[in-house]
Design a protein around this ligand. Structure first.
Ligand code: GLC
Length: 424
């Protein structure tokens, strides 16, 4: 059984490999996605370290001159995906989208560098350092306002948690009256009950049209866009990535970068505090236009351990949330609070479990001494994949697959983290 699943996971990565980059799944996502690729590199590294390096290198080949790393890289046109390169009109030599995604690269490159014994591989990973540093700098120049310290997203897709209820209120003011007619393609590949609604999609496209109208001027979009939300997931992930980049810089002898990175870290730690909602007693996202917290507990709220933040009182409150949710959910960790009316076990980021988020959660829980939580997350992830397949996401109620199947990052997480081969 074990061998069969390991082989299946490797077959998925090979089948989704389009030559140096991997698509998340065929059909639904036919291009290279930013954080997917970085997680996928962890999977490749279990059987082909050189291919793992290539995956991240191809992502950074699409980096813009100002350090920005796009969320989608459109290497070969595929009419089956909307919005494609003709709609985004971004990037230069390689067409890309105009928004970014959670910066997990520093953390994963640091992991890959530390676990490899091969000088050649270490050198290739070290060569990614300047690009990653430039990307972090881009965030601080464009997306980390001094008065917040947290990372501001300008499109729900930047969060990677595309359809979370956290975006409902901030997105409700987006003007969709001038959106050009379009045809969705995602519904040809996935059940409409699992995907965002028409209104959500209209808002997504309105934001793309707004960004395009500025010529993808990120400073301008960050200051005046119609959707500006300090995202708890992005903030915790960048915070963790900064700690890991500091660690990598020290190992590589890049002491010249340390002051800058320590400064970024201090800002982001303040940013995490900015996202603590006293009323809901949780870390959550916060609308920069209205100043309001979402008030929602999500799987991203629990990334405080991964980021290494939270004082004793905050942690105690999070323990209370964990106890309630873990008693309610058959599988952990739902992307949205099962006790909230917007919870939907099958719809994108409104309930389903993503294994990559579980990987980060388990790492943080283990590091911060919540071993039981880490153990539960790991065994649930293992069961979900072995009993239900390599799905995009999973219902926390039934375990059923949600979204696409034969999914690259789920396969990668099996190989690198939750597959039985990783049992200590
Ligand atoms: C969806 C997810 C996003 C992911 C992409 C490709 O858009 O919300 O996080 O990167 O699919 O898997």
């Amino acid at each position: 059984m074990q061998d069969v699943l390991d082989k299946k996971a490797r077959d998925i990565l090979r089948a989704n490999d389009k030559g140096g980059f991997t698509v998340p799944t065929s059909g639904l996502y036919p291009y290279q996605w930013n954080w997917d690729s970085v997680f996928v590199a962890l999977g490749f590294a279990t059987f082909d370290e050189a291919r793992a390096c290539r995956e991240i290198e191809t992502l950074f080949e699409a980096q813009w001159d100002d350090g920005f790393v796009p969320h989608i890289i459109f290497r070969r046109y595929d009419p089956d995906y909307f919005p494609g390169p003709d709609v985004w009109q971004a990037g230069s030599d390689i067409p890309t989208s105009g928004i970014t995604q959670p910066p997990v690269a520093a953390s994963i490159v640091n992991t890959l560098w530390s676990q490899s014994d091969a000088t050649q591989i270490k050198d290739r990973l070290a060569a990614l350092f300047p690009g990653i540093l430039a990307w972090h700098r881009w965030f601080h120049n464009n997306r980390v306002p001094d008065d917040a310290g947290a990372v501001v997203i300008t499109h729900p897709w930047e969060s990677g948690r595309d359809n979370s209820p956290e975006w409902d209120a901030p997105a409700s003011n987006i003007d969709v009256s001038r959106v050009q007619p379009y045809e969705r393609r995602d519904l040809q590949h996935a059940d409409a009950a699992m995907r965002p609604t028409k209104l959500d999609y209209d808002r997504y496209i309105a934001l793309v049209e707004f960004g395009r109208s500025t010529g993808w001027d990120h400073a301008l979009i960050g200051k005046s866009g119609p959707f500006r939300v300090a995202d708890v997931g992005m903030t915790m992930i960048l915070l963790r990535a900064t700690r890991d980049l500091i660690d990598l810089a020290s190992k590589l002898g890049r002491d010249d970068a340390l002051d800058e990175l320590e400064g970024y870290l201090r800002q982001l730690v303040e940013g995490a505090e900015f996202l603590w909602d006293e009323e809901a007693e949780t870390f959550c996202s916060r609308d920069m236009i209205t100043g309001r917290h979402s008030g929602y507990l999500t799987n991203a709220s629990f990334l405080h351990c991964y980021a290494g933040v939270g004082n004793a009182q905050q942690r105690e409150k999070m323990v209370g949330h964990w106890d309630r949710i873990s008693a309610q959910a058959n599988f952990m960790m739902p992307s949205h609070d099962p006790g909230d009316s917007r919870f939907d076990a099958m719809r994108y980021w409104r309930g389903p479990i993503w294994i990559v988020v579980n990987y980060m959660l388990a790492m943080g829980f283990r590091e911060q001494g919540f071993d039981d939580w880490a153990g539960r997350i790991l065994s649930d992830s293992r069961r979900l994949i072995s009993e239900h397949g390599f799905n995009e996401a999973f219902s926390p109620v039934s375990g059923d697959g949600s979204g696409g199947s034969d999914f690259s990052w789920t396969a990668a997480m099996w190989l690198a983290w939750c597959g039985a081969a990783n049992e200590q």
